[in-house]
Design a protein around this ligand. Sequence first.
Ligand code: MN3
Length: 334
Amino acid sequence: MKTITSLLFIFNLLLLQAQTYTLPTLKFQYAEYEPNIDALTMQIHHSKHHKGYVDNLNKAIAGTKMETTPINELLMYASFRTDAVRNNAGGHYNHSLFWEILAPKTNQTIISNQLETVIKIQYGSIDSLKKLINQAGATRFGSGWAWLIVTPEKKLMVTSTGNQDNPIMDVAKDRGIPILGIDVWEHAYYLKYQNKRGDYLDGVWNLIDWGVVSQKYANALQDSLLNEIEKDNWPALKEFHKVMSQTFHPAETGNLEPLRLRSNELLAKALLLKNSTPPVSLNKPEIQKAISQLVKNCAEIQKSVQKNAKDETLKKQITVAHDTFHIIQGLCKD
Ligand code: MN3
């Protein structure tokens, strides 16, 4: 009996710790989105496509540290994730947002004064904003999403991304928190609209619940994720990080080959970082000082490689450079 109780206890602990994603229920019946999106398209889109992203995301993170990683963090560092995590975390996030902002006409809530005012200041009118979003959706080659986002500068911006990427991700060219997104994958419209993406885009506006979008706007302005995105928007730091992890991790396990082959590149990326413009909030002397140290560390490594130094020496030097890089990352998070 005691064994069973403790086994149950452990089982419950495992259940509590493992983060699994679930398919959100739609607020309305599939047929209620007619005639702008037909019931069968809604049904397949939600119960098959979206469910597929949820199931595959759970599969991709099962048994890894990512089970306890918040979804924003999975998205944010997409360039360091596997394609399975990037596509399915994106797919789940994007579709969840899409369902939230869709409602039949009779159930829609109205736009807030706050959002309406900002739209008028930035775009002149809601109609001209719609046109820009339609254009972003219509010109997105292949599959993807058209977005209205809040940027780290707290401005609205219209943009689009490919596949299941989104503007939270470090792979997106325009970054921010999405408050309105339109799925322009063919599976979102093909049954009713066939190849006429433009007609679908016109139709989908009849379903947009501006009250929900307004709430998302107000929430985004307060969200600390905006600051994180601003700080994360330093491509030169990311490029250095890539080469560092691809050379340091093998070195840790005794394989110095990647470092020997790429020590020039590592130094070049460190120099690029030193000469790059940091995000406004990271323009601090202590960070610049640590980066100068990093350049020195990398120059020493390159010298050692040229002199064909022993593995032990290189391993020590890359560990020092890696420590310096961690100091920089720590300073960037403060
Ligand atoms: Mn879709």
